[in-house]
Write a protein that binds this ligand. Structure first.
Ligand code: NAD
Ligand code: ZN
Length: 233
């Protein structure tokens, strides 16, 4: 790895958590745990059938108790702890496996399973149990709490910070993401535009493979520790 790499941005997707036992989004059948995206991942779905949408994320949240970080999460946490330059892990995942592995410089751009968001006053609170649609917001007292998940058509979190990190990055790495969901799918082009080296780690070539200077194919649990070792050696 060249010595001129100082600032790193790492984008992760569902593929990094697959070996921990969490299903990826699209999978071979294009569904997330048996559900169509339109039925569980849009503001319209929440409006139409809040019970179904809440139950879906309750199940995902409950499942977190059965899974653990894998060597890919652990390697990124080790890189975060050791890397002296800027480093930002931007995850599209709503699980908590990066932080459980110990990562600190982390942004959940698509929200978090263990957070509830008040649709009325915008307050977010940590939420580890099931979240019934009748749950009351402690901020405004209304029954407007929803899963703190960025649905399709909604604005991802902390985009300004992500854009700033991309503009400064010397290296952009994407791990286990299909490159189908924007704006994350466009980060490789932004990073390249500002002069970063770009590497993709994925099981299969993704929709965005073409934009990366280098693609390494294989399971994240092998490829990520390998890359981290290269960066730290
Ligand atoms: P995706 O499911 O669309 O794509 C997953 C990618 O990971 C695929 O390209 C696949 O080839 C690759 N992959 C699968 N197993 C892998 C492995 N062992 N090692 C390396 N790569 C592997 O995921 P996405 O691009 O992140 O987009 C899906 C959206 O779904 C995200 O926004 C996220 O919020 C949501 N989601 C999150 C989780 C989670 O939090 N764990 C799980 C499913 C979906
Ligand atoms: Zn509120």
């Amino acid at each position: 790895m060249p010595d001129d790499i100082r600032n790193i941005v790492i984008l992760t997707g569902a593929g990094i958590s697959a070996e921990s036992g969490l299903a990826t989004f699209r999978g071979p059948d294009g569904l997330w745990e048996g559900h169509r995206v339109e039925d569980v991942c849009t503001p319209q779905a929440l409006e139409r059938d809040p019970v179904l949408v809440h139950r879906f994320y309750d199940e995902r949240r409950a499942k977190l108790a059965d899974v653990s970080p894998n060597p890919a999460h652990e390697a990124l946490a080790a890189l975060d702890a050791a890397w002296l330059g800027d480093l930002l892990i931007v995850t599209q995942n709503v699980d908590d496996l990066h932080e459980r592995a110990g990562a600190k410089r982390l942004i959940h751009m698509h929200g978090e399973l263990q957070s509830a968001l008040c649709a009325r006053c915008g307050r977010a609170v940590r939420w580890e149990a099931a979240l019934p649609p009748s749950a009351i917001c402690a901020g405004c007292g209304s029954a407007s709490l929803r899963p703190d998940i960025v649905f399709f058509g909604e604005m991802p979190y902390r985009m300004d910070e992500i854009d700033e990190a991309l503009a400064r990055a010397d290296l952009f790495v994407s791990v286990g993401t299909s490159g189908a969901v924007y704006p994350a799918a466009g980060y490789v082009q932004t990073a390249r535009h500002y002069g970063a080296r770009t590497i993709e780690l994925n099981l299969d070539p993704s929709a965005g493979s073409f934009y990366f200077e280098e693609t390494r194919l294989g399971p994240a649990s092998l490829l990520v520790p390998e890359l981290v070792q290269q960066l730290l050696s």
